[in-house]
Design a protein around this ligand. Structure first.
Ligand code: BG6
Ligand code: MG
Length: 225
């Protein structure tokens, strides 16, 4: 089998939006829930869907029972308004190091790229970064039953490329995301701290390290095992 597709997480892999997500959650938590979120909470929300993130925040504060599903939805929409405003100034200067070269290289090698992000803002962000033309598919998080750490979004991304999961490599910066990739039967590359992302088949410190040769070697080595 040869490597035919790469399934990309977006937030934290193509661009560093985690700080904007967390700032928007902090603002919402403080202003609407009277809750102060500690800095460490940022990590807990990476890769987690919008509503699931709010539920985690409410559970942390022990106030979840006080809110109906409808109120939760409304508050989540409000957070998204803060977030969309914060990312309105994103440009191609905000693409993480090495990503554009890597995407170009994959295209030259005829390896397909797809987005497997929990974010409903993925199309907007890709447009702002000017990266649309590199992706053959964007899996729609609205169409899947379970968010990360469930495998659904990675399975949907592979399917959108007409590939089997085993023909792909997934790239993630979040613990929930690496768990999702592995659950989908896809080879996982984690970008970040090996102590957190140890479940991945390979952990690299930064997106600068990403290149076709690295992925091909990992894929071919996994075929032998
Ligand atoms: C993930 C982020 O990519 O998308 C999470 O890491 C975020 O922090 C999730 O909650 C959903 O994003 P959005 O843009 O649909 O609210
Ligand atoms: Mg991410």
């Amino acid at each position: 089998m040869t490597m035919k597709g790469v399934l990309f997480d977006l937030d934290g892999i193509l661009t560093d939006t985690a700080k904007f997500h967390f700032a928007a959650w902090r603002k919402l938590a403080k202003e609407k829930l009277a809750v102060d979120l500690p800095a460490e909470f940022e990590q807990e929300l990476k890769g987690v869907s919008r509503v699931d993130s709010l539920v985690r925040i409410m559970n942390y504060a022990g106030i979840k029972e006080q809110y109906s599903a409808e109120q939760i939805e409304k508050l989540a929409n409000e957070k998204n308004r803060y977030y969309v405003e914060a990312i309105s100034a994103l440009t191609e200067d905000d693409i993480l190091p090495g990503i554009t070269t890597f995407l170009r290289e994959l295209k030259e090698q005829h390896v397909l790229s797809a987005i497997a992000s929990a974010s409903k803002n993925a199309p907007l962000i890709l447009e702002k970064l000017g990266l649309n033309s590199y992706f053959a598919a964007i899996a729609d998080p609205r169409q899947i039953a379970h968010g990360k750490p469930a495998p659904d979004i990675f399975l949907a991304a592979a399917e959108a490329l007409n590939l089997a999961p085993a023909e792909c490599i997934g790239i993630e910066d979040a613990v929930a995301g690496v768990t999702a990739i592995k659950a989908a039967g896809v080879i996982a590359i984690g970008v970040g701290d090996p102590n957190e992302l140890g479940q991945a088949d390979l952990v690299i410190p930064s997106t600068v390290e990403l290149d076709y040769g690295l992925l091909k070697n990992l894929f071919d080595q996994k075929q032998k095992n």
